[in-house]
Design a protein. Structure first.
Length: 488
């Protein structure tokens, strides 16, 4: 496949027991390339019947099937083989990801490096999760071990399809669960291909099943299925509520990752050069459609004008283009998302929030593409929606603060608590502020939207609960068995 290929690939169907099957409904969903605004592929519209088949296949795999019989080391080896297969197919996967999401090729390539790394990390970790022994009554020997839930369900979003797939199924498979994945209808071609690659490296039937389809059909059927043991979700707070309600009705656990409004807290003594370029670059990564984007810059008033100038200069140079143009950012995912972002722009204008700078859209991009020029606003009033709501677009808000206490109050002043950064060369202050912020990850004098694969990641407050990435994820996708032996 080529990024320019006009061919519409045929819907492959749903992937169950290592084979493609047509969706029971026979229906398909058209897939639009965001940079072109044109349909370029079709996926199967999976529904309740397909989900049920996938859950049954997963159940067979963990209970009595070949997957459930593998040792932790053997599971780890399969994950490591998948990492190598992803590396071997990295260019093909990056082209597919770039066409499906519109992101620049350099970013799609980086995403494949990260996706392979998930399987490399969890492949290595699979046989390194140890239990404990617990001193108990005389004549007893007590051990604990982490055991898989059984069948885990994974509902993932469209912003980083391949990475999200690796992030959620990597630890689940490492712990010995069999997975059923419902990828996002807007972008799911790489997860479908990754499932196929998993089969090609020897994952047994039923270990990894994937049912594409609409959220309200396949997603609702999967998260509400009576025979799943755990559900992991990343996406909007609204759907998060539905997922957690379904999990509650099923009396099972869930992980929710629901986005953020992550602050950069910039003190007067910060290294402005490094801070400004990091803030601008990471904000437009994935056209701002990153749950952990640092979308608020809180600046000590004494240096506000200087910081604003440095950021505005950088934002003014940012350019959106097609994947092949490989500029700073691509288009946003669809017409709805573009209209949603433009709604924020229109309301900001109505309420008189100043635009500090706008980037541009490159000449020659297809007219029907969903391009949005990046914007930076400031000073944004504290109660304005640009200071509190997740835009999920290339938009940065700047707000001044008075002192350390005010900075912490402002940083904690939204419903979210996913990530944060503190920029200061006063180590004690940076540490105090970092520990005062309610967020799952806090950087000091650095920022990486999404962070590393080794680093536990997830929300506090309304950003959700549970942890992905790092060893913490292995605990979240497994449960604990305590065995009590009386030997007299
Ligand atoms: P969404 O929450 O609707 O979709 C995420 C996933 O949930 C998709 O796979 C979707 O098919 C599925 N889904 C939708 N309805 C469902 C239902 N009733 N039951 C089960 N699954 C269902 O997100 P979206 O509409 O694609 O984006 C809307 C907003 O969500 C964005 O503007 C952004 O603010 C936020 N978002 C956040 C993240 C994140 O990483 N935290 C990712 C994507 C979107």
């Amino acid at each position: 496949m080529n990024a320019h290929s006009p061919a519409r690939s045929a819907a492959q169907g749903v992937f169950i027991d290592n084979r493609w099957h047509p969706a029971a409904s026979g229906r398909t969903i058209e897939v639009v390339a965001p940079a072109e605004g044109l349909v370029f592929a079709e996926i199967a519209a999976g529904g309740a019947e397909d989900v049920d088949r996938a859950v049954k296949a997963a159940r067979r795999a963990v209970e009595g099937g070949a997957w459930g019989k593998l040792s932790a080391t053997e599971r780890g080896r399969l994950l490591s083989k998948l990492a190598l297969a992803i590396e071997a197919h990295a260019e093909e996967l990056a082209l597919l990801e770039a066409r499906d999401t519109g992101k620049p090729m350099k970013q799609a390539r980086a995403d494949m490096v990260a996706t392979a790394r998930y399987f490399e990390f969890y492949g290595g970790a699979a046989d390194k999760v140890h239990g404990e022994t617990i001193p108990f009554l005389p004549g007893y020997f007590v051990t604990t071990e982490r055991v898989p839930y059984g069948v885990t369900a994974h509902v993932i979003p469209w912003n980083y399809p391949a990475q999200m797939f690796g992030r959620t199924v990597g630890p689940a498979l490492a712990m010995g669960n069999a997975c059923v994945v419902k990828p996002a209808e807007d972008a799911c071609l790489t997860p479908l291909r990754l499932a196929e690659l998993a089969a090609s490296v020897g994952f047994p039937e039923g270990a990894l099943n994937i049912v594409p389809g609409l959220g309200e059909e396949a997603g609702a059927a999967l998260s509400g299925h009576r025979d799943i043991d755990f559900v992991s979700f990343t996406g909007s707070p609204e759907v998060g509520t539905l997922i957690q309600s379904a999990a509650a009705r099923n009396h099972i656990g869930c992980t929710l990752e629901l986005g953020g409004k992550s602050p950069h807290v910039l003190f007067g003594d910060a290294d402005l050069e490094t801070a400004a370029s990091t803030i601008a670059t990471t904000m437009v990564q994935n056209a701002g459609q990153t749950c952990s984007a640092g979308s608020r810059v809180l600046v000590e008033r004494s240096r506000y004008d200087e910081v604003v100038e440095a950021l505005a200069q950088r934002f003014g140079k940012l350019t959106a283009g097609t994947p092949e143009m490989d500029r700073d950012l691509g288009p946003v995912i669809n017409a709805t998302q573009k209209a949603r972002i433009e709604g924020f722009f229109a309301r900001a204008e109505e309420s008189g929030v100043p635009v500090l700078a706008s980037g541009q859209v490159a000449e020659g991009v297809p007219e029907a593409g969903f391009f949005v020029a990046p914007r930076i606003y400031g000073p944004v009033p504290r109660a304005n929606e640009l200071a509190t709501k997740e835009v999920f677009g290339p938009v940065l808000s700047v707000l001044p603060f008075e002192d350390e206490a005010d900075a912490v109050r402002l940083a904690n002043g939204t419903d979210y608590g996913l990530m944060a950064a503190v920029w200061s060369h006063d180590g004690n202050r940076a540490m105090r502020v970092a520990r005062g912020i309610k967020a799952g990850q806090v950087y000091i004098n650095a920022f990486g939207a999404g962070g590393g694969i080794e680093l536990p990641f997830g929300g506090m407050k309304k950003s959700g609960h549970g942890r992905e990435k790092g060893f913490a994820a292995l605990h979240d996708v497994s449960t604990l068995r305590t065995t009590i032996l009386k030997h007299g």
